[in-house]
Design a binder for this molecule. Structure first.
Ligand code: ADP
Ligand code: MG
Length: 297
């Protein structure tokens, strides 16, 4: 609109003019601009359709206003959600509805549904997911992370490699403090795939610093293919590993998944992969005894 004139809305300290003196036709002409100014984009975009629907349902003025506001609130919530999902950096979309519990009998569905309420996030507790490759750890991390986002928590997904690589770099470049602060910010930090690849010697110390900083403040959801008894090997330092586990497991829920890789199961089903002779497990780690859980979910 080329016209610079402000719409006839009340400004601070002034009262709205008497209805008889208001130029309604002018107000209607200014409606788009007013909706923009009030940041009511959804009402502006869908105004005709919303008004038509209100008329069709014969809503009174108050009902119609509520109807318009509901459309705006829904749109803003949708925007917040999609923004928060983007910020979380999930590697893919996975949901709890898409998780086949029958395929992974070692998981208690009620335990996962309880975690999906995100009470543990509200309390600043941690969740540790353990199990061999392909059993759904990342799937569950993403699904639980999405539940947390939907409940309004800030979430960041990262891999152990990416996280520790960043902290090591921070230490070398004198930006460790900034990076620790960045990873301490989200209410829920998801750390995927600890133990898959060898870590740098100082990684354990840096990881300990992060876990200490988040301790009882924000939650960590971490997955590993190695039982916690082997984390001293993962970090290459028994003392550091014990200190990390002490804090991580203090208020925690440990979920140990045993069994076959879902990926290989799918392949086997389609006949691409022959089952191994003499055992159902597709990975040597599958039979590893479960670690001692700190507290069952
Ligand atoms: P992990 O992280 O334990 O190695 P993933 O979560 O990456 O395993 O699972 C591998 C693939 O199999 C993913 O695409 C995941 O969505 C799927 N998957 C694993 N377990 C299940 C399950 N129980 N139901 C549905 N999909 C599953
Ligand atoms: Mg994974």
């Amino acid at each position: 609109m080329a016209r610079q004139k402000q719409p006839a809305t009340a400004t601070a300290g002034t009262t709205f003019p008497a209805a008889e003196t208001v130029d309604i036709a002018q107000l209607v002409e200014d409606l788009d601009a007013m909706l923009t100014r009030l940041r009511l984009g959804a009402i502006r975009e869908q105004l005709d359709a919303l008004l038509e629907e209100a008329a069709r349902r014969e809503l009174n003025l108050r009902e119609a206003l509520a109807w318009l506001c509901a459309a705006e609130v829904a749109s803003k919530e949708q925007r917040r959600l999609s923004m928060a999902m983007t910020i979380a950096h999930f590697p893919f979309v996975r949901t709890l509805e898409g998780f086949e519990f029958e395929a992974q009998p070692s998981i208690d569905p009620s335990k996962i549904r309880d975690l999906a309420t995100c009470r543990w996030v509200a309390n600043g507790d941690n969740v540790v997911l353990l199990g061999p490759p392909g059993v759904g750890k990342t799937h569950l991390e993403v699904a639980l992370g999405r539940e947390a986002v939907a409940r309004g928590y800030t979430v960041q997904f990262t891999t152990a490699m990416e996280l520790l690589g960043s902290l090591v770099k921070g230490q070398q470049q004198g930006t460790l403090e900034v990076r620790l602060a960045q990873y301490s910010k989200p209410k829920l930090l998801i750390i995927d795939e600890l133990g898959y690849l060898p870590l740098e010697p100082q990684a354990g110390h840096l990881f300990f610093q992060l876990i200490s900083r988040r301790y009882e403040q924000g939650s960590v959801l971490i997955s590993s293919n190695r039982p916690v008894e082997e984390w001293d090997e993962v970090f290459g330092d028994q003392v550091v590993a014990a200190a990390i586990l002490d804090r991580l497991l203090h208020h925690s829920h440990v979920v140990t998944i045993r069994g076959d890789s879902y990926r290989l199961r799918e392949k086997r089903r389609s006949g691409l992969f022959r089952p191994q002779a003499g055992g159902s497990s597709s990975s040597g780690i599958g039979g590893t005894p479960p670690p001692t859980p700190a507290k069952e979910a």
